[in-house]
Design a binder for this molecule. Structure first.
Ligand SMILES: Cc1cc2nc3c(=O)[nH]c(=O)nc-3n(C[C@H](O)[C@H](O)[C@H](O)COP(=O)(O)OP(=O)(O)OC[C@H]3O[C@@H](n4cnc5c(N)ncnc54)[C@H](O)[C@@H]3O)c2cc1C
Length: 452
């Protein structure tokens, strides 16, 4: 999956577009800095020209969080690990490093990220800035794995923040929406490389909901997918094998590593090519969608395998879609899914894609969707080119009943007035922002909506 930031091939202004095709912008100026000094100079030039600035990640947010009509800072030339201590696990990487490159470099050092989301195309800073997360009831999102950050602020100064140095800035900037400065480097708390035993199997959705707390507690990384017209969910359980048994002989006997050909078949052919074909049929004949959806649900099958952690967490996503995701208090998940089950058959435009449910521990990052509460993440999707507004609106009204918090990088309609009561530290975030960026140099229309 390559970076989604693209250029117009015809002459004329260079256009930025996101991966999903749900946001586009025409920056007045593009800049590709290769050092902190060049980032700082770009900010000073932007200030002199009265332009706003956005740092670009890989364009994998569905919202216009990265969009700008001012200066687009392309950090694809600012990558790589700059320091690593294999004893403590502390690793410093430049902010434009993609998670894919990071995972590969960490692997070479015998290290890994403790938890990851389901793709690796994002840049490190881009993933952190919107609160990217994976799943695991005892684990937080990516930002909880950060030890310290270096940022260039609006005035061009370079600052470091951590739990002990400028702790307020640290609490805000780990999930900072790109609103506080340009992150130049991130020091991560990594863990020794580990192997996961993956177990994926269909289960009736009622059973999954009944056993939800037990499944979340009993597995390191638990999630499920459910096709809205189907009766079954695909339950994914990923558990760490003991470090002294890297390949876990007992486990490996029943769940060997997946051979390369099978990986290709399962992930590329079945999950992308075949599913993509069903989606195209559904887009051409929307009335078939519920049947195609039930077919996809009935075709869910069991698989178990072992592999390095990042090769289990991450899978290729080549079929494009629009997505919305909310974090809800764990105990309200049953209500949310029951309402979605009621709503799906009544939608004017049927839904092709499954609902995904994940879990996370509470954390203390001010704009984290899991701030102060154990969370269940509920993500809904629709195949690109199919109408999704009714489904997404219905979803938003259901999660609003349980104080759901939207993922900052996924589609939602909330503004500052509605977000403020959901985040106990919302005003403190705004206070820090006013201190470090009084002229909203890092502003854009999305931030104007969500931060006010
Ligand atoms: C197919 C797909 C799968 C996904 N899976 C998951 C998942 O499993 N879990 C999950 O939580 N999310 C997931 N997402 C959402 C995605 O992780 C987030 O939207 C993430 O922010 C995208 O990272 P990016 O590098 O593309 O950043 P962009 O979308 O380009 O930018 C995001 C924000 O980061 C800011 N930013 C980028 N670089 C810097 C910097 N150096 N300094 C300051 N700010 C910066 C931008 O200005 C912007 O505000 C998925 C998205 C897609 C398309």
């Amino acid at each position: 999956m390559k970076r989604a930031t693209s250029t117009a091939s015809s002459p004329g202004p260079r256009v930025w577009r996101n991966w999903a095709g749900t946001a586009a912008a025409t920056p007045a100026r593009w800049c590709r800095p290769r050092s902190e000094a060049e980032i700082s100079a770009a900010l000073k030039d932007a200030a002199a020209a009265g332009l706003q600035v956005r740092a670009l990640g890989s364009g994998h947010s569905f919202t216009a969080v990265a969009a700008t009509s001012g200066v687009a800072l392309d950090l694809s030339g600012w990558t790589g690990i700059t320091a690593a201590d294999t004893r403590t696990g502390l690793v410093t990487a430049r902010s434009g490093t993609t998670l894919r490159a990071l995972n590969a470099e960490l692997g070479g050092l015998g290290l890994a990220m403790a938890n990851l989301g389901d793709i690796d195309a994002q840049t490190l800073a881009g993933a952190l800035s919107t609160g990217t997360h994976g799943t695991g009831a005892r684990l937080g999102g990516l930002a909880t794995q950060v030890e310290s950050l270096e940022l260039v602020l609006a005035d061009g100064s370079l600052v470091t923040c951590s739990a002990s140095a400028r702790p307020d800035l640290f609490a805000a900037a780990r999930i900072g929406l790109g609103a506080l400065g340009v992150i130049t480097a991130v020091t991560l708390r990594c863990v020794p490389s580990f192997t996961l035993l993956a177990d994926e199997r269909p289960m009736p959705v009622e059973e999954v909901l009944e056993q939800f707390d037990a499944l979340a507690a009993a597995n390191d990384h638990f999630e499920f997918y459910w096709f809205p017209y189907g009766r079954k969910a695909l339950v994914k359980r990923n558990n760490r094998l003991a470090p002294e048994e890297p390949a876990g002989p007992a486990a490996a006997a029943s769940a060997p590593a997946m051979p390369r050909w099978r990986r290709f078949w399962e992930f590329e052919v079945m999950e992308n090519a075949a599913f993509g074909t069903l989606c195209r049929i559904g887009r051409a004949r929307p009335r078939l969608i519920p049947a195609l959806n039930r077919f996809s649900s009935a075709a869910l099958s069991t698989r178990t395998y072992t592999d390095m952690s990042h090769r289990v967490f991450v899978t290729p996503r080549r079929v494009r879609f629009a997505e919305s995701e909310y974090a809800v208090p764990r105990e309200s998940l049953g209500h949310v899914i029951a309402e979605l089950r009621r709503a799906a058959p009544r939608l004017p435009d049927p839904v092709m894609f499954p609902v995904e449910v994940r879990v996370a521990a509470a954390d203390d990052i001010w704009l984290s969707t899991a701030y102060g509460r154990e969370s269940a993440y509920v993500a809904i999707h629709q195949y690109t080119g199919l109408p999704y507004q009714d489904w997404f609106d219905r979803f938003e009204s259901v999660v609003a009943e349980v104080a759901g918090r939207p993922h900052w990088g996924k589609l939602h309609s909330l503004d500052a007035g509605r977000l403020r009561p959901l985040y106990p530290r919302f005003d403190e975030f705004r206070r820090i922002r006013a201190e470090v960026d009084p002229e909203a140099r890092f502003g854009n229309s999305y931030l104007a909506r969500v931060l006010g």
